[in-house]
Design a protein around this ligand. Structure first.
Ligand code: NDP
Length: 452
């Protein structure tokens, strides 16, 4: 390291991407600092993926209690939920993970600063009134929930607050039609809250395969979520202990909480980026090139703050690419195509590759295979949930270009199919694969009839 710098790499933000970059750089012998003002592990660990999934598990028990009867179990009395126990056990688990992140950073040899860092110049980072000189600065500050402004918007809460509610409301309104809205609608409904999902568009999860979105919507409604499509909110008022959520169709919903899951914005405000040549888009996200370089040669950015794909595993992969670019041989790449993803709504959804709509645009001749069936658990369990699977195939090459699944264990199943798609698997490969019986997953290798 040249002595004019205190650090080779100064990472701002200890979330998934920032921590991975810091650890990898430190493991290559670089002098690394990480500054974090809030919590170690970022959104994913603290107010995102991890606590969300714990809440999803919690919300699935009532259906399991119900299904257990058909398998001979009887549960004396009515099972009840103690929200405080769930919330506090979740928080204890997150604290454990914060500790692990702390150890990971410290054991890597990087210096960890507890405080807000700002960019004071192309090579300068200020934390807690001290300025450090860094050869390279990495902005990995992630994103923050966005709530639009409207009359009463100050009464709305975001996903951040959902993890720390004092008590569970009897009724809730969830606004939005993306990942977070459908996931929290499922959680609240499963935990026994009367749940209204209000979405301004016609199709929930509209960026995914439309048919899958429709199945998810049907499945959510069957489980008890009250879905209001093509509906906007005019106003929220305090109404005694509850909120009055006034819809644009003349109806008013009463609820203890109004959760706005209306997207997330890059965390770049008051970061001192005006002291550099870094370029931001109107929504505050940072513009970077293929190597995550900003317009300021010494400053890089990755993860949610660049607003490409807001997913933890993508931020981690971006960090690996960046560290290899800066300190390795530059051979590590990231491919943004065929990224498997899951939405932990109920029913669960997972997907990799192109939706049917995207495939129709990209290819002239496609085949669609579809399977819809009752999971085996329901035969004795008596639940109403179904499983829907879909394969989209390019007929010219026989390559499977899209796999989609709605139903139990979708995320676990689609992860493996993600490898198949990366490897360029054809429908013939799927057909030649022996199924695992009895499983839901085997359906993916036994679909023979073209639906379209
Ligand atoms: P999304 O961008 O997925 O969805 C935002 C939703 O809010 C859209 O339905 C949008 O409607 C609606 N919306 C936006 N602005 C307004 C407005 N002014 N009034 C009413 N509705 C509005 O964002 P999320 O907040 O759900 O999630 C953010 C990101 O976090 C996701 O995109 C995903 O990448 C990530 N994430 C991943 C998870 C996972 O991997 N399981 C879980 C949770 C989050 P419209 O469609 O009409 O624009």
């Amino acid at each position: 390291m040249t002595t004019e710098f205190d650090y080779d790499l100064f990472v701002i933000g200890a979330g998934s991407g920032g921590v991975r970059a810091a650890r990898m750089a430190a493991s290559k012998g670089k002098r690394v600092a990480v500054a974090e003002e809030r919590y170690l592990g970022g959104t994913c660990v603290n107010v995102g993926c991890v606590p969300k999934k714990l809440f999803v598990y919690a919300s699935q028990f009532p259906e399991l209690f119900h299904s257990s009867k058909g398998f001979g179990w009887s549960i004396p009395g009515q099972p009840t939920l103690d929200w405080a126990t769930l919330r506090d056990n979740k928080s204890a688990e997150i604290e454990r993970l914060n500790g692990i992140y702390n150890n990971l950073i410290n054991n890597s040899g990087a210096d960890l600063f507890d405080g807000r860092a700002t960019v004071a110049g192309p090579h300068l980072v200020q934390v807690n009134d001290k300025v450090y000189r860094a050869k390279t600065i990495l902005i990995a500050t992630g994103g923050w929930p966005y709530i639009p402004e409207f009359p009463g918007s100050e009464l709305a809460i975001s996903s951040n607050e959902m993890f720390f509610l004092e008590s569970l409301p009897q009724r809730a309104v969830v606004v939005g039609g993306g990942y977070i809205a459908v996931e929290f609608a499922g959680i609240l409904n499963g935990l026994g809250v009367e749940t209204h999902l209000v979405y301004r568009g016609q199709n929930l999860l509209k960026s995914f395969d439309l048919e899958m979105g429709a199945r998810i919507t049907e499945g959510m409604v069957a489980k008890g979520v009250q879905v209001h499509l093509s509906t906007q909110i005019n106003e929220i008022r305090q109404d005694g202990d509850e909120l009055a959520v006034v819809l644009d169709n003349g109806h008013t919903l009463k609820a203890g909480i109004a959760l706005y899951a209306t997207g997330r914005q890059a965390n770049t405000a008051r970061l001192g980026l005006e002291n550099s040549a870094v370029v931001m888009r109107p929504n505050g996200s940072i513009v970077v090139d293929n190597h995550f370089a900003t317009a300021e040669p010494s400053i890089y950015a990755l993860g949610d703050v660049i607003d490409r794909v807001q997913l933890t595993p993508v931020a981690i992969q971006e960090a690996m690419v960046l560290v290899d670019h800066l300190y390795g041989d530059g051979s590590v790449q990231i491919d943004y195509s065929d990224i498997p993803t899951a939405v932990f709504c109920q029913p669960e959804f997972a997907t990799v590759g192109l939706s049917e709509e995207q495939a129709r645009e990209e290819y002239t001749d496609i085949a669609v295979y579809l399977s819809d069936f009752k999971p085996m658990l329901q035969t004795l369990g008596g639940g109403a949930e179904r499983i829907t699977m879909k394969l989209v195939v390019d007929n010219q090459t026989d390559r499977v270009v899209g796999c989609h699944m709605v139903g139990e264990h979708a995320a676990e199943i689609i992860q493996g199919l993600g490898i198949a798609l990366k490897a360029g698997a054809t429908k013939a490969h799927f057909d030649a694969t022996v199924g695992i019986h009895p499983s839901a997953a085997e359906e993916f290798v036994t679909m023979r009839e073209r639906a379209r």
